[in-house]
Design a protein around this ligand. Structure first.
Ligand SMILES: NC(=O)C1=CN([C@@H]2O[C@H](COP(=O)(O)OP(=O)(O)OC[C@H]3O[C@@H](n4cnc5c(N)ncnc54)[C@H](OP(=O)(O)O)[C@@H]3O)[C@@H](O)[C@H]2O)C=CC1
Ligand SMILES: CC(=O)N[C@@H](CCC(=O)OP(=O)(O)O)C(=O)O
Length: 337
């Protein structure tokens, strides 16, 4: 199967290439860049050892691929790919994530033409597998929404959420911001530092709320506090919510909900996840603790933002769309320590 990566020079693009180089059923035939057209990938990243020449972004070349991964800033992919006839698209940005295009317009400041007519699915594999199978366009979720939705979805199935509000404290490694050059991402700004950013009005809040509403069949407000942490990769979300169920009942529900999932692990009660367990893998670790005194459930989820939070999940979705075994090329174990 022929695969293209548009935006291979970014962090998620490179991660896609790392994963796909282990995939027995695909050949990566098209790699594109904006700034390095005509150079080989090896010229830009000597460790890649890949002499493939980086192409310009040419829509005509997209049709030669069976599937195209677009790993571009939000707002660029949609217009490039929306009219493709035979090529399936997995977009790592936000352009295909929303059911309600007015939410995208409000939070990303751009109108998407004819959005309603494109056959699209939200690419949170474990929660949307059947739709992903037949979709032409898959909107791969944001990294924080992946962590938060997987950590809360079992409560929806059992109507176990006692309130209409959840509180999320999140920490992310710096690769989550992409390879941008910006003063706030320089070494001295980040090293030995823990930095809150975009509190409350982060763009992932409307994405989380839209998907939570669909899951819980009621409006759920998300109070969200993200932080940058001086690590390359990894996300840890700590979610506070109310439920009247006992920790044993909740733990049983979560275990049951994810019992057939290869990538989602519900830890024993009292075991807390760490980001290092997921490093370079597509696995997600979830833990549950209840503060009985305040009747508060604390759910934690840890994942690698470039893997399950982006490129790993994108390949998982490709496997679902093309009927390959879902774990193909994704059986990485953590790099530890
Ligand atoms: N990093 C992460 O953990 C996650 C990222 N995402 C999303 O995935 C997408 C890619 O992210 P990431 O790889 O981190 O980003 P990077 O900033 O690392 O890379 C961006 C890529 O897009 C290309 N590019 C930049 N601007 C344009 C443009 N105007 N037109 C065409 N190409 C352009 C760059 O090309 P060149 O290098 O040639 O200039 C580069 O290949 C984004 O939408 C991001 O929000 C989603 C989940 C997690
Ligand atoms: C650390 C950091 O900056 N993380 C990014 C999220 C990465 C991601 O999932 O991005 P998109 O939704 O834009 O695709 C952020 O907070 O915007």
């Amino acid at each position: 199967m022929k695969v293209g990566i548009v935006g291979v020079t970014g962090y998620t693009g490179l991660e896609l290439l790392r994963i796909l180089s282990n995939h027995p059923h695909v050949e990566v035939t098209y790699l594109s860049s904006k700034s390095f057209v005509g150079k080989s990938l090896k010229d830009v990243y000597p460790f890649e050892l890949d002499e493939t020449v980086l192409q310009d972004i040419e829509v005509e070349r997209f049709e030669d691929c069976d599937v195209l991964f677009t790993a571009l800033p939000a707002g660029v992919s949609y217009e490039l790919v929306k009219d493709l006839k035979n090529t399936k698209v997995i977009d790592l940005g936000a352009d295909f994530r929303f059911d309600d295009p007015s939410l995208y317009e409000k939070h990303y400041g751009k109108k998407l033409s004819n959005y309603e007519t494109c056959e699209r699915a939200y690419g949170l594999t474990e929660l949307n597998r059947e739709k992903i199978k037949n979709a032409k366009f898959v909107g791969n979720p944001g990294c924080y929404p992946t962590a938060v939705l997987l950590a809360t979805a079992p409560l929806a199935k059992n109507d176990a959420l006692g309130t209409s509000e959840i509180f999320v404290d999140a920490k992310s490694g710096v690769s989550g911001a992409g390879r941008k050059q910006d003063e706030s991402y320089t070494f001295c700004e980040l090293n030995e530092n823990l930095k809150p950013y975009n509190l409350v009005d982060h763009r992932h809040v409307p994405e989380m709320e839209e998907k939570l509403e669909a899951l819980f069949k009621k409006k759920i407000n998300v109070v969200f506090a993200p932080h940058l942490i001086p690590m390359n990769r990894g996300i840890l979300c700590t979610i506070y919510l109310k439920t009247s169920l006992s920790i044993e009942e909740i733990h049983r529900m979560y275990r049951e909900f994810y019992q057939d999932e290869f990538f989602v692990h519900v830890l024993p009660i009292g075991t807390y996840p760490t980001t290092k367990w997921c490093l370079g893998t597509n696995h997600v670790f979830i833990s549950l603790t209840k503060d009985e005194r305040t009747d508060t459930l604390i759910v934690m989820s840890a994942l690698d933002n470039l893997m399950k939070g982006a490129s790993g999940q994108a390949v998982q979705n490709m496997n679902v769309m093309f009927c390959f075994e879902e774990q193909t090329a994704l059986k990485f174990k953590a790099v530890y320590p």
